[in-house]
Design a protein around this ligand. Structure first.
Ligand code: ADP
Ligand code: MG
Length: 424
């Protein structure tokens, strides 16, 4: 076993790590840190939750000149991830003085411009906002000699390639580049070939390796069974539950409906303001709200260590998202469960996932005789009927309808005629 001391870190750094309770380097840290300390370009690939942040932050801190403005640049796909890197950097530096300016979207440019002028050593940015600053000439990148691309696969998937090209074109050629990713797609490899100098790849797990300790289950079902079954699972799981859905609209709907169970249910998706996202994430992290409903883009980089259950209420369209999603559970020392709901028309989305993870999971069926599930079905059906009754002004009176809007037969009829609107 390798220790942090054997990796060549300074005594001050070792002291901070000890204070933080980091006893042993993770495998990706053990491999990447010595190479990065030597100033060589590194490509690090390892599954989520394996400590990739420290793998680049620790060598960067060793090589950083704290008096030099903007000497390192870290790019990350989402605001949340950028903020997490910022706090991990502060923690690992053991410093109260801020080391980095964070340039992310969704907040005004003004305060960021003032922060840039302070000339801190590190810039942490999302590609879109950094390009905004470059266009306004509020930031310059000529002094950057260390570049980190975190979650590079994700940045490319999100369509940030043009912004990345622009940013990288402005950096000095003499620099160290580090690229980290949970998966190594062809796009990432090609991008690395173009922009890095003789990089050494480490920890290359086969793309699609799932976190070893996640217990994975998959259940086939009719679409209208998803919500009641999810409600049953939430009510039976005492720990933290992270739910993934396909769209913002569905995140909103699922969160509101689960909220009727008396849970404080957060939402994380791109229709929410930066403040709302932070509140939801903080509540989830602290355990104040133990259920969070998210879309893929927003959920990237959530670092919550004790998620007991991940439910994919919709099958991800991009198979690699599956790996990212279930990597949210079983981080660090815990084990977790990931359950995927495969709806009527989602079978064809599940097949490429099995191919990617190189596993065949038995497709379970829903036990519709389960009493808790039955009560959830009844609960949501009644609630929906009530909603239809109170929230619509019928244009046409139903034959024999009158005031009987809450009668089961009629409200189910009304509900199914509503369904196409709820979907998107
Ligand atoms: P990744 O980027 O690979 O998904 P992170 O860098 O977010 O993983 O790390 C996941 C968690 O593990 C963080 O809370 C981090 O502080 C913690 N961690 C990282 N390295 C170690 C270590 N060597 N010992 C203990 N905890 C660690
Ligand atoms: Mg990470």
């Amino acid at each position: 076993m390798t220790t942090f001391a054997q990796l060549g870190l300074s005594p001050a750094r070792l002291h901070t790590l000890e204070a933080l309770g980091f006893e042993m380097p993770t495998p990706i840290q053990a491999k990447a840190i010595p190479i990065a300390l030597a100033g060589t370009d590194v490509i690090g690939c390892a599954q989520t939750g394996t400590g990739k942040t420290a793998a680049f932050v620790l060598p960067m801190l060793e090589r950083l000149n704290l008096r030099e403005a903007h000497s390192a640049l870290i790019l990350a796909p989402t605001r949340e991830l950028a903020l997490q890197i910022h706090s991990e950097l502060q923690r690992l530096a053991g410093s109260k003085e801020p080391l980095s300016v964070v340039l992310i979207g969704g907040v005004p440019l003004g305060p960021q411009i003032s922060a840039i002028r302070r000339g801190l050593p590190v810039i942490i940015a999302t590609p879109g906002r950094l390009v905004d600053h470059l266009q306004q000439r509020t930031v310059k990148l000529h002094s950057v000699h260390t570049l980190v691309l975190d979650e590079a696969d994700r940045m490319l998937d999100m369509g940030f390639a043009p912004q990345l090209e622009k940013v990288l074109g402005l950096l000095p050629r003499q620099r160290q580049s580090m690229l980290f990713s949970a998966t190594l797609s062809n796009d990432v490899t090609r991008f690395a070939q173009r922009h890095m100098h003789a990089p050494i790849s480490v920890g290359v797990a086969p793309s699609g390796t799932t976190a070893a300790k996640v217990h994975q289950r998959v259940i086939g079902m009719k679409d209208d069974m998803k919500l009641p079954l999810l409600a049953k699972m939430v009510s039976e799981e005492p720990g933290k539950v992270l739910v993934f859905v396909r769209t913002r609209g569905r995140a909103d709907k699922f969160a509101k409906k689960l909220g009727r169970l008396g849970e404080n249910v957060g939402q994380l998706h791109s229709d929410r303001s930066q403040g709302q996202r932070k509140t939801a994430l903080d509540a989830f992290r602290s355990g104040h709200g133990r259920v969070l409903v998210a879309t893929d883009l927003a959920a990237r980089g959530i670092d919550v260590t004790d998620i007991a259950l991940v439910v994919n209420a919709d099958v991800p369209r991009n198979p690699e998202d599956y790996v990212h999603r279930i990597g949210r559970t079983a981080r660090a020392e815990t084990t977790g469960t990931a359950i995927t709901f495969v709806g009527g028309e989602e079978r064809s989305l599940w097949i490429p996932i099995e191919r990617l993870i190189r596993q065949r999971l038995p497709m379970e069926k829903v036990d519709e005789t389960d009493p808790v599930l039955k009560s959830m079905i009844a609960r949501f059906a009644v609630a929906d009927a009530h909603k239809v009754h109170t929230s619509t002004t019928p244009k046409h009176s139903h034959p024999g309808g009158g005031a009987g809007g809450q009668r089961a037969g009629q409200s189910f009829g009304a509900r199914s005629s509503f369904r196409p609107r709820g979907r998107r």
